[in-house]
Design a binder for this molecule. Structure first.
Ligand code: B12
Ligand code: SF4
Length: 487
């Protein structure tokens, strides 16, 4: 059987503000997970439209499309195209799970929730020529799932080919998050067996790993055993976790020992009112600065996520948030305009209050104001959001934030990481065009390697020789003078 798996490009892919590098970070792990259930005799073509031109001139028997909210319209067009030529088309993913009735006219079968139980069941039914219209996931387990078909991933097209997920969902219930809607009807947080996760890590080449789990520290026992296993594997890794999990116990120290070098944290807002409104209990009355300092002491860089536009936000929120991030040496910040995703508690509340202003899903990318605001006008919110990005990533603020660290090496790491991510767009574009992104990995690994103090005061203030060598050897020619000048 000929099977085509497609991740259609998000609508932002056509925006002049599109940063190609952001969409060339991670391979389509969800589709590669599903591909593992296909037979070795199947002829499989996995295409990610963010990094390659979609070939629509083929004639597969079965087409599998992953639908996010801002690729939904494109996904439906692709589905219609293949159905018109006689292929059997199935749709699944977050948006289909939230709005199955919208997706239904474009699919032969629909999949709600995770696919590890339903997709293999569908394949059995499909072979018997008795596929159902809707498959809804209820059994939630990752025990015994087959290894992800990483051989189908075109590694050279991604900066982070070694992305991995070892859990599904999250133990919390923030009301703006997709999570409860997606996992409705079964467990909303579950993990792989530790041995299976370690075996998956072992299969990945190189040193760098990026855990895409919503909350890597969400199950303390699992995480602790996982870190015990990773220690000694000579890995460096990045992941995501909540503030309370960083402040509690010694899990974060174990993570650092195992190789954790950067963490994505949902700070979201400083307002207790906003936190209560969002049911973000795990952040309430938590000392954000204490969590930040603990991470810095462990040499872990921070990607802080902040949301603007909650009802308690006023016009000062943008400056307060940027200033706090710079003062506390947050390495990178991700700002979002509050977005009520269909299916979430936030969406239901706003719909009840008549506050949804548009249902054009292309605008639900957290860069547009799609709802009726309260204290801020829509214009103030949009302008403030754009200002925050510009301001946080100004050279002056990157430098000021970098220099908040005690150790000279931390200052440099911060400077390279934040500057490299946001300020070298033309270099990233060049590496993408020449299909050479993975050659940047040693550079990333080098920036993420452990900082060892050089003694009292860290006065020598140098990277290890190895780090300097890697930085200069692997940096593209046009980048070298920048590093040499700064280092
Ligand atoms: C990687 C990632 C990205 C990548 C996506 C590219 C890629 N290669 O997938 C990039 C960087 C581009 C990205 C961008 C954004 N993202 Co994002 N991202 C993720 C992340 C961290 C991991 C996705 C993943 O690989 N999951 C692991 C795999 C195994 O799960 P999966 O992909 O869901 O696939 C499973 C099922 O969905 C199902 N399935 C999926 N498709 C199909 C199809 C069929 C037919 C079947 C049977 C089953 C099926 O089967 C798979 C196995 O169970 C998730 C968080 C998460 N943990 O999932 C957020 C997440 C998807 N992103 C989110 C957001 C908010 C964004 C941004 C808006 C952020 C921003 N402001 O820029 C943008 C735009 C997204 C959009 N407009 O829809 C939200 C989703 C919100 C929503 N309702 O759509 C998430 C859930 C994070 C969160 N906790 O809020 N993201
Ligand atoms: S902590 Fe993050 S992933 Fe978990 S429910 Fe809240 S927003 Fe979603």
């Amino acid at each position: 059987m000929k099977v085509k798996l497609i991740l259609p490009a998000l609508a932002e892919a056509e925006s002049p503000f599109w940063r190609p590098i952001k969409y060339s970070l991670f391979p389509p792990l969800g589709l590669a997970t599903l591909a593992a259930y296909l037979s070795p005799d199947d002829e499989i073509d996995l295409q990610d439209q963010h990094v390659e031109e979609l070939n629509l001139d083929d004639s597969p028997d079965l087409v599998v499309v992953q639908v996010y909210i801002t690729n939904a319209y494109r996904a439906y067009r692709i589905a219609d195209h293949y159905r018109n030529q006689g292929a059997y088309v199935i749709l699944g993913g977050l948006h289909v799970t939230s709005l199955p009735e919208e997706a239904a006219p474009h699919a032969d079968s629909l999949f709600l929730g995770p696919g590890e139980e339903t997709f293999p069941q569908f394949l059995i039914d499909f072979k018997k020529r008795q596929p159902k219209k809707i498959y809804s996931s209820s059994i939630r387990t990752l025990k015994g799932i087959p290894p992800i078909r990483r051989d189908l991933i075109k590694r050279s097209l991604y900066l982070v080919p070694n992305s991995i997920v070892v859990t599904r969902g999250c133990p919390h219930h923030c009301d703006f998050c997709y999570k409860d809607a997606f996992f409705e009807g079964g467990k909303t947080f579950y993990t792989q067996l530790v041995d299976d996760a370690l075996a998956e890590i072992d299969r990945l080449p190189g040193r760098h790993l990026y855990f895409l789990d919503d909350h890597l520290l969400g199950n303390a026992k699992f995480a602790s055993e996982l870190f015990d296993g990773i220690k000694g594997m000579n890995r460096v890794f990045q992941g995501a976790a909540t503030i309370d999990s960083i402040l509690r116990g010694n899990l974060i120290e174990k993570a650092a020992e195992a190789g954790l070098r950067s963490l994505f944290i949902g700070f979201e807002t400083f307002s207790p009112e906003n936190l209560k409104q969002s049911n973000k209990k795990q952040n309430l009355e938590k000392d954000y600065t204490k969590a930040v300092n603990r991470l810095h002491d462990l040499g872990i860089m921070i990607n802080g996520s902040f949301v603007f536009g909650l009802d308690d936000d006023d016009t000062d929120v943008f400056k307060r948030t940027v200033d706090w991030g710079v003062k506390n040496a947050i390495t990178t910040s991700t700002y979002h305009i509050l977005t009520p995703y269909p299916g979430t508690a936030l969406y239901k509340n706003m719909e009840k209050e008549g506050r949804i202003r548009t249902r054009n899903w292309d605008l639900y990318d957290t860069r547009h104001v799609v709802y009726q605001t309260k204290q801020l006008t829509a214009d103030e919110l949009k302008t403030g959001y754009e200002w925050a990005y510009r301001e946080f990533y100004s050279w002056a603020n990157i430098l000021t934030a970098s220099w908040q660290h005690d150790l000279y090496k931390h200052k440099l790491k911060h400077f390279f990481y934040a500057g490299g991510w946001k300020k070298f767009e033309s270099i990233w574009n060049f590496m993408i065009k020449t299909k050479n992104l993975t050659s940047m990995l040693p550079l990333l690994e080098s920036i993420l390697s452990k900082v060892k103090p050089n003694g009292p005061g860290d006065s020598k203030g140098e990277f290890d020789k190895f780090q300097i060598n890697t930085l200069t050897k692997t940096a593209p020619v046009s980048m070298k003078p920048v590093y040499e000048k700064s280092a």
